[in-house]
Design a protein around this ligand. Structure first.
Ligand code: AMP
Length: 449
């Protein structure tokens, strides 16, 4: 199927041609028509499947053909509200609306916390057709009566399960209650826990349900392995593993903000270009960090889970779990940062003595053991470490230096992405020969007006 077969408006089709997109991804092929027809929709899809365009394209298309109420005085009221769990995701969605809406007359703005609200207020006063927001700042603006949501015709909830994790379900219910009840509601979630199903039941009316279908192309694999490593040796091991040029673009996950800063500082000291992103950094610093990472100025991004949510950066070759996530499903989200948009990837985890329980939970969740590497390469002795840690019984061997040029060995578990769904497979496969990105192009970022 081609985009031209879907009844999208000419201005949206033109923007798609600019982007070089011809074929809808599976989630787009299922979602565009019903959203265009005004139906409520419940979509089960992860980031990386093209879900943003799955709602942005039909929404832009509908707005361009809808008559504008010329009798109304003052600035236009927002007609579309998109809620996203994090600032980064909100910004990315805003950029997608800018790219896909570049040939329309529609205006959009992005609203999130951590920055002054002055520019956001100013944009709202000018009049915006589309507002992309995180729930916290939106509630602030609603309480201050800075935003008028009485004209909302479409509500989109993106990454609903992440909103649940971040405690946004009550704010979402309050926001939804303040919107016109005859609106259209579209909801996307990567997973469907009971609370999300309940939220969907209360907010959606007779929704069309879509989920990602198996892809037409070859499955994509994420090579996984786990190093059994004492905590005190993790930094040296990381420096050893990220140094090879094959690690072109890597994300390192840590449990805490301080941990992220510490790892980043030590990478710098070791002469490796790295930057950290976490909730403790100002929004403009986070933007700069992300820009540097996207442009390739910085090769390694050290991140906490919250900061990395919704991150859409193409070409991430490696994910390192410096600390294992406490929640097992966080592992799937983390390693899904690589192997996105049709490309393969490598996920390497570090597990110290105290994290073995987390590792067991992860392996239970993905239904396969992650191949363990117990013999470490020769590493310099650990320097100081702020938190004392019991010495584990499995002290690293200094004999095994071969991992230097090949951080992941064949025989590692492969995570297979089928149309956006990740399934684990313990399978032998060399790390070379990564599939080229199927959806590797990022939209240019421009404002639609
Ligand atoms: P998303 O799941 O919305 O984060 O999108 C993942 C990536 O796929 C983004 O970089 C999009 O620009 C890209 N993309 C979305 N739709 C298509 C398409 N139909 N063809 C090629 N790339 C696409």
């Amino acid at each position: 199927m081609q985009f031209s077969a879907l009844s999208l408006s000419p201005s949206v089709l033109r923007a798609l041609a600019d982007e070089g997109y011809e074929t809808p991804t599976p989630i787009q092929a299922q979602a565009i028509r019903p959203v265009q027809e005004g139906r409520d929709l419940l979509g089960c899809a992860q980031t990386g499947t093209g879900k943003t365009a799955a709602f942005a394209l039909p929404i832009l298309s509908r707005l361009t053909s809808a008559p504008v109420d010329k009798s109304r005085r003052g600035p236009v009221l927002p007609r579309v509200l998109v809620l996203a769990p994090t600032r980064e995701l909100a910004v990315q969605i805003g950029e997608s609306f800018a790219a896909y809406g570049r040939h329309t007359h529609l205006a959009h703005t992005t609203i999130y916390g951590g920055v002054s609200q002055m520019h956001q207020e100013r944009a709202l006063r000018r009049g915006m057709d589309i507002v992309v927001a995180t729930p916290g700042r939106l509630m602030d603006l609603m309480e201050q009566k800075v935003i008028n949501l009485s004209g909302i015709q479409v509500l989109v909830l993106d990454e609903a399960d992440r909103m649940l994790d971040m405690g946004f379900i009550q704010p979402i219910r309050r926001i939804a209650a303040a919107l016109p009840s005859d609106r259209q509601t579209v909801m996307f979630s990567a997973t469907m826990p009971r609370e999300i199903v309940r939220l969907a039941d209360s907010l959606l009316r007779d929704p069309v349900r879509v989920s990602v279908a198996p892809p037409a192309s070859a499955p994509v694999r994420i090579e996984q392995s786990v190093y059994m490593v004492p905590r005190a040796s993790k930094q040296a091991l990381l420096e050893h593993l990220v140094r090879p040029a094959a690690v072109a673009r890597a994300i390192v996950f840590t449990k805490t903000k301080h941990g992220a800063d510490r790892v980043c500082k030590k990478l710098h000291q070791a002469g490796i270009s790295a930057d950290a992103i976490h909730g403790g950094r100002a929004q403009n610093q986070r933007r700069r960090t992300l820009d540097g990472f996207r442009s390739g100025r910085c090769r390694v991004l050290v991140a906490t889970d919250v900061a990395a949510r919704g991150l859409d950066v193409d070409g991430i070759t490696h994910v390192f779990n410096f600390d294992l996530p406490i929640e097992a499903d966080g592992y799937v989200h983390r390693i899904g940062r690589t192997g996105r948009a049709g490309a393969g990837g490598v996920a390497i985890s570090f597990c110290d003595h105290e994290e073995r329980g987390c590792l067991r939970d992860i392996e239970r969740l993905i239904g396969a053991p992650i191949p363990a590497i117990t013999r470490l390469p020769a590493l310099p002795p650990p320097t100081s470490h702020p938190t004392p840690h019991p010495t584990p019984s499995h002290a690293p061997s200094r004999a095994h230096a071969s991992a230097a040029s090949s951080p992941v060995r064949s025989g590692s578990a492969a995570f297979e992405r089928r149309g956006g769904a990740l399934t684990a497979e313990a399978k032998s496969r060399p790390t070379s020969g990564r599939a080229p990105g199927r959806f590797s192009k990022r939209p240019a970022t421009r404002r639609s007006r």
